[in-house]
Design a protein around this ligand. Structure first.
Ligand code: HEM
Length: 489
């Protein structure tokens, strides 16, 4: 039976290129003994060697396709008969079946409940928080001015964590005052466990997870992450109860209410909503809070940090962004409260952010499992196949992005002749399961870059050129983001 299945898979795989699969362990040898950055490079190298769509057969006849060609990517993202691929299951003990992991009716219902929390009018209210948190970041960074190279990544992580808690949960956690924040450390650890499991031989046997050397530690770390999100939910619940007991309090942004009295945050909606007449259970709420705390800070941290890296490496481009800020805000650049309308006028900044998300998409891969057969490359790919969509490779198609490794913001100018299809550039994915937080993310990224450049010139450090990429749930730098800061007058 094993042999017959292998023959069947090889026949389908012949419609795609890919490394030769060994009889039992498939193509695992391609990744064996490699470090995380090397694995990431190898995966992307496969596309250079074998083309856009690569067959990668795993251990024990596990058929997997790695797609980077826009035709097949579109088919998968448009299909209504897919679910998230098995590696996402490894996240379930942490994120439950919140919006990222759920599917079918549950996903549809949750997306409907949560979508209004990211309406552009609500996002406008978030701008005060982004401004305030970014000002704190700028203050914290003052101690690094003229002090030589340092890693800015952790500063950005804590800033993004404060921002997501304040905006979406209505709770101030002051992570920026706590460099050893346990939540941020825990997320890093769980992400590495996830990655190691996705590349292990035993990955198809969930019941054997206890054999993994890090299984117990994962349990402990997830418990701490849950304790933290539980405390955020409880704080907000108490705030809302206190408000109810003194009658309805009007929100006044100037009276220190910026965080606690914000109305109808994402968490408020979850606390208040009823489904079939019943409120959501604490477990239901926590899985969404866990999902948004993670998705809402780790991804933007990666996006902001790599934009900073690119600006440090390209002083001419940084100068142009600064000139745009200077032209619009002049001497008030450091103190102006940025609004979404103001940011919308900064066209060059927009191109820089888009190019940075192209070159280093914070979510480099997304995965799906086919629930029905699908036609691809002239063959029928059977239901049950795991598909990985390689956004990092999609963004390096030289026909759409000539000189793909170069950082060229002008690719996104209106006069660029090369036309892009809707699936050639997908940092936030596409289709119905696209990123619900994309507008939020872009606003936060822009506020951070404007505030940073208004106060500091970002210079490359001695090791800036040595930064490589490694990817677990998001792309991270191998040795932080080493930069130097110089004060602007
Ligand atoms: C630069 C920052 C961000 C990037 C590049 C990004 C990218 C993505 C991508 C590629 C997906 C699809 C994942 C998949 O199909 O498996 C996704 C989904 C999602 N993102 Fe983001 N994201 C970012 C920021 C955010 C923020 C700030 C939030 C929340 C405030 C957020 C919340 C979510 C959620 C909840 C989903 C699942 C949506 C669903 O399946 O209905 N993301 N994101």
């Amino acid at each position: 039976k094993y042999h017959q299945r292998r023959q069947k898979i090889l026949k389908i795989a012949s419609h795609f290129n890919g490394p030769f699969p060994q009889y039992f362990l498939g193509c695992l040898y391609v990744f064996q003994g490699k470090s995380m950055p090397e694995m990431f490079d190898t995966l992307n190298e496969c596309h250079k060697i074998y083309g856009d769509d690569v067959s990668l057969i795993g251990a024990f006849n596990d058929f997997e396709l790695e797609l980077a060609g826009s035709r097949n990517v579109e088919k998968v993202l448009q299909s209504k008969t897919t679910k998230k691929a098995y590696p996402y299951d490894f996240l379930e003990p942490w994120l439950g079946t919140g919006l990222l992991l759920s599917f079918g009716e549950k996903w549809f219902q949750r997306r409907k409940i949560i979508t209004p929390a990211f309406h552009f009018k609500i996002l406008d209210q978030f701008m005060d928080v982004f401004n305030k948190e970014a000002d704190i970041l700028i203050d914290k960074l003052a101690q690094r001015v003229d002090q030589g190279e340092f890693d800015i990544y952790d500063y950005i992580t804590l800033y993004a964590l404060d921002s997501i808690c304040a905006t979406s949960m209505g709770v101030q956690i002051n992570a920026q005052d706590d460099p050893d924040n346990e939540y941020a450390q825990g997320v890093k650890k769980v992400s590495v466990f996830f990655f190691r499991r996705a590349f292990s031989v035993l990955r198809q046997f969930p019941s054997l997870f206890f054999l993994y050397p890090y299984a117990r530690e994962q349990g402990r770390v997830i418990k701490k992450l849950h304790d933290f999100t539980n405390s955020v939910i409880e704080r907000r619940r108490k705030q809302l109860q206190a408000e109810q007991s003194v009658g309805k309090v009007e929100f006044n942004p100037d009276a220190g209410d910026l965080y606690s009295k914000r109305r109808d945050t994402f968490l408020d909606q979850l606390l208040k909503v009823t489904v079939d007449g019943k409120p959501l259970s604490t477990a239901d709420i926590r899985e969404e809070v866990d999902t948004f705390m993670f998705e809402g800070h780790d991804t933007t941290t990666s996006g902001i940090s790599f934009t900073i890296l690119n600006l440090a490496k390209h002083q001419d481009i940084q100068r142009k962004v600064f000139d745009e800020i200077d032209q619009m805000l002049g001497a008030d650049a450091k103190t102006t409260v940025l609004t979404s309308a103001l940011l919308q006028e900064m066209k060059y900044l927009d191109m820089v952010i888009k190019e940075s998300l192209r070159l280093v998409p914070p979510v480099p891969f997304i995965g799906r499992m086919l629930l029905e057969d699908m036609e691809m490359n002239g063959t029928i790919v059977p239901a049950g196949t795991t598909i990985s969509l390689n956004i990092f490779a999609i963004h390096r198609n030289p026909k759409v992005f000539p000189d793909p490794e170069k950082f060229i913001p002008e690719r996104f100018s209106d006069d660029n002749d090369i036309k892009r299809g809707p699936y050639d550039y997908i940092p936030f994915s596409a289709g119905s399961r696209n990123c619900i937080g994309q507008k939020y993310a872009l606003l936060e990224m822009k506020v951070t870059i404007v505030k940073l450049l208004a106060s500091y010139r970002i210079l490359p450090g001695e090791s800036t050129d040595q930064v490589r990429y490694k990817a677990d749930l998001v792309i991270r730098p191998t040795c932080g983001i080493p930069v130097k800061l110089e004060k602007r007058n």
